[in-house]
Design a protein around this ligand. Structure first.
Ligand SMILES: *Cc1c(COP(=O)(O)O)cnc(C)c1O
Length: 431
């Protein structure tokens, strides 16, 4: 299992997917992303099974590939029965290169270029989520030129704030994504879509945010969307075949975070949807969900080697690592919190509180502050937990730092699924 169920072997070394973290660091070098393949596949399987059990026929999870996008992850998703959510031409290219069935893809993005739309339509992408009226018209135009009819979802904003768990008026419709329901614009856009000849409106998409820890916000989302579907039916006669409720299922990052009950959240949401559509006498649409973080987040761990340790009297203890914001920008971006351990003493008490500092020439390049840790020494291997989502996919080459490789571990054995970048990779675009 992933963090916080961490395990150590007889020597007291941290185990990742059954492999000794120190052996992985020695074999592949650091910094290194380690991914527990069995945990990722188990999560994918949990979604697939729960959606078969609790949701209407035809429902299925789409792995939100932006959380961690590489060819091997796309293959695992296909093997475990998931489709894929892609948000750019680059993600689309990756999934197709991995052999994904184009019909299983949903193409998102709030600013799709005509070229990207053409690429998606030509590739036979199952669904395009149109972000507004101009995109509906753009997709229609492209599909007309190619002589096809493209299935689309219309992305709407349902006015739900998952964190205050209250519908509020303007705050959450005033975002860059989607067409607002409360202003009447979503209904108008649906009418437009229904009149476009080279578009087949299949239904609607919404995504309420991320790090949702319980079913409440998803039940509310189901209620708002069911009411909207009812309104569209009354006004136009249109019955949606597909309702995509997005992602946002949480993971626990630190021991203080609650541990979300994914299966329970899926069961409750599925049941609420069943009640709602039965109550409205509405033919239940197939439901799509787009989990990203909750599939890969806690299956990932980053291993670093401590280069220097510096204590400032009356200040902090800085632990300088051989990676940083280039492989994990989330503390610099949003103050995201992480837990860590020294790999060869992972089971021992954490008797220090340190600043984990990255190697970039930037004071804000930190992985965390006041992070409890076994007292670190130069040369130690430090594991930072729950780095599977939005780390590799957000990594950069700032300071010309090469991106780390990803080792997948299964049954105690590691193998590379993404190789380490080389200095040659760093100059390959330079003319
Ligand atoms: C980001 C995003 C997701 C995935 O969100 P997670 O919090 O990683 O589950 C799914 N769908 C859409 C449209 C998104 O933008």
């Amino acid at each position: 299992m992933g963090y916080p169920d961490l395990t150590v072997n007889g020597a007291g070394h941290l185990l990742l997917g059954g492999a000794d973290a120190l052996d992985l660091a020695a074999e592949y070098g650091t910094p290194l992303y380690v991914l527990d393949e069995e945990l990722v596949r188990a999560r994918m399987g949990l979604y697939a099974a729960a959606m078969r059990e609790y949701f209407p026929a035809g429902s299925r999870p789409l792995y939100a590939s932006k959380a961690l996008c590489c060819k091997e992850l796309c293959r695992w998703a296909g093997q475990e029965g998931l489709g894929l959510d892609v948000v750019s031409a680059g993600e689309l290219y990756t999934t197709l290169a991995a052999g994904a069935d184009p019909e299983s893809l949903c193409f998102h993005g709030n600013a799709k270029t005509e070229d990207a739309v053409r690429y998606a339509v030509e590739s036979g992408v199952g669904l395009i989520a149109a972000d507004g009226t101009q995109e509906l018209e753009r997709i229609d135009r492209v599909a007309a030129a190619l002589g096809v009819r493209q299935k689309v979802l219309l992305r709407v904003t349902p006015d739900i704030d998952p964190h205050t768990f209250k519908a509020v008026n303007t705050g959450v419709v005033d975002v860059k994504f989607g067409v607002p329901i409360p202003t009447g614009q979503a209904l108008e856009a649906a009418k437009l879509a229904l009149g476009l000849e080279h578009i087949s409106l299949e239904g609607f998409h919404c995504h309420i945010g991320s790090q949702v820890f319980d079913a409440g916000p998803f039940r509310l989302e189901a209620e708002v969307m069911a009411a909207f579907l009812g309104q569209v039916r009354r006004e136009t006669g249109f019955i949606a075949r597909t309702l995509n409720l997005g992602g946002g299922f949480a993971v626990a990052y630190t021991p203080e975070d609650p541990r979300p009950d994914l299966a329970g959240m899926l069961r409750d949401t599925g049941r609420r949807l069943g009640e709602l559509f039965a109550g409205m006498e509405y033919p239940a649409p197939a439901i799509l969900l787009e989990p990203g973080r909750s599939i890969v987040g806690d299956a990932g761990t980053t291993l670093y080697t401590v280069q220097n340790v510096k204590s400032v009297p009356g200040g902090s203890t800085y632990v300088a690592l051989d990676g940083g914001m280039t492989d994990n920008p989330r503390y610099a971006l949003y103050g995201a919190r992480y837990a860590a351990a020294v790999a060869d003493r992972a089971g021992q008490p954490k008797d220090a509180a340190v600043t984990l500092a990255g190697c970039c020439c930037e004071s804000g390049d930190l992985i965390g502050e006041n992070v409890p840790l076994q007292r670190p020494r130069a040369g130690d291997t430090v594991a930072v937990f729950v780095t599977g989502a939005y780390n590799y996919s957000m990594a950069s080459n700032y300071n010309r730092v090469p991106r780390p490789p990803i080792a997948a571990v299964r049954g105690g054995t590691g193998r590379l699924i993404v190789r380490r970048e080389t200095p040659e990779d760093l100059i390959r675009y330079d003319l």
